[in-house]
Design a protein around this ligand. Structure first.
Ligand SMILES: [Ca+2]
Ligand SMILES: [Ca+2]
Length: 202
């Protein structure tokens, strides 16, 4: 936990962050209709086309995965299925946009400019992206929440890098960035395909 404590200090926005502890946001599996974690891999299960897949072992063709209010994950084949499944209004042909990240969510996209496979988180807490099959994939992000989030790059030769993703409209609002390519990380370059872990604060 020492690394996490340093990260918490680095985020520097006070009690709201310090109140978050690893695992605290998880729903009690006994109260959930869906299994959350594969005990053999630590991977997160997702419901996808009526079956459960372990996201840490690959997305099996899913394009959009969404953390639900009970911390379970649901994945979809495409934008139309996603919008129908999540109760969102149908979108026009211009589907690659910040507006594809709903309010109160932090979204990561595999490609630049909010394109490609996408994962959405809404529950406060740490998210080890390896468990979600999304480590070192993100090239775009949008924190469409009311609180700051942390994006972490752990697995490199220079230790951990931390990028604050401020809430929309705040002083560290990064949502206007076109791509993580433009976000200098220090060390050996940009944040493209580097993020391993998230911290969403409540
Ligand atoms: Ca990528
Ligand atoms: Ca990394």
């Amino acid at each position: 936990m020492r690394t996490m404590h340093r990260i918490l200090a680095a985020l520097s926005t006070g009690a709201a962050i310090l109140a978050v502890t690893a695992g605290s946001a998880h729903a009690d599996p006994a109260e959930s209709a869906t299994p959350l974690v594969n005990p053999e891999t630590g991977g997160r299960y997702a419901e996808y086309n009526g079956e459960y897949i372990d996201l840490s072992q690959g997305w099996q063709g899913a394009q959009i995965c969404v953390e639900q209010a009970d911390a379970s994950i649901v994945c979809y084949d495409d934008e139309a299925d996603y919008r129908a499944g999540e109760g969102l209004a149908a979108d026009g042909p211009e589907t690659l946009a910040l507006s594809d990240c709903p309010s109160a969510h932090l979204c990561l996209w595999d490609d630049r400019q909010y394109a490609g496979p996408k994962i959405e988180f809404r529950q406060a807490g740490y998210k080890d992206l390896r468990d979600y099959g999304f480590a070192e994939r993100a090239n775009s992000y949008f924190n469409n929440r009311q609180t700051v989030s942390g994006l972490f790059d752990h697995h490199n030769s220079n230790g951990t890098f931390t990028l604050e993703a401020g809430p929309r409209g705040g002083t560290r609002d990064r949502h206007a960035e076109l791509s993580l390519l433009r976000e200098f990380r220090g060390g050996d370059g940009s944040w493209n395909n580097k993020i391993d872990e998230l911290l969403l604060t409540s």
